[in-house]
Design a protein around this ligand. Structure first.
Ligand code: AMP
Length: 138
């Protein structure tokens, strides 16, 4: 699949559409998912073009995993979580909807169910959770 530079995450990277930024370094960006399946659901993406796990380079993957590790530990603290679910979907048949590589980080609590897919969250709540997470990253 060819990378489409008009995908929504490419627009977020270029600052053309807003996002609730949690963390960034020179290679990756983490921002809140606006349809959170649990409170604190966020996404980690590489800053360079890449469709999904199938065309990702080792450098893109390792940069993303470094950020996932950092943010996941922050999310454990920020949300007093019991665990983390890490998700990645590749190609439409694999459940991918936005075609720029991304990893979902879901802070989880014992016995907590994951909410439905595709339901817009409360923006004030998402913003507050993003700020909590950023603060926990110190
Ligand atoms: P998927 O490609 O299936 O892994 O899912 C794409 C994810 O991106 C979904 O969880 C959406 O809720 C999320 N999403 C879509 N548009 C935005 C946006 N503008 N800002 C933040 N998250 C988004």
């Amino acid at each position: 699949m060819r990378y489409d530079s008009d995908n929504i995450f490419a627009k977020i990277l270029r600052g053309e559409i807003p996002s609730f930024k949690v963390y960034e370094d020179d290679k990756t960006l983490c921002f809140m998912d606006i349809m959170p399946r649990v409170p604190g659901h966020c996404l980690v993406i590489p800053k360079t073009s890449c469709v999904n796990i199938l065309d990702a380079t080792p450098a893109q993957l390792s940069a993303c995993m470094e950020t996932v590790n950092k943010v996941a530990n922050g999310a454990m603290k920020a949300f007093d979580a019991d665990g983390i679910t890490l998700q990645q979907f590749s190609e439409a048949a694999g459940g991918q909807e936005v075609f720029h590589l991304h990893f979902h980080i879901l802070p989880r609590h014992e016995g907590q169910k994951v909410g439905p897919h595709g339901v817009m969250g409360d923006m004030d709540e998402i913003k507050a959770n993003g700020e909590k997470l950023t603060a926990a990253l110190g």
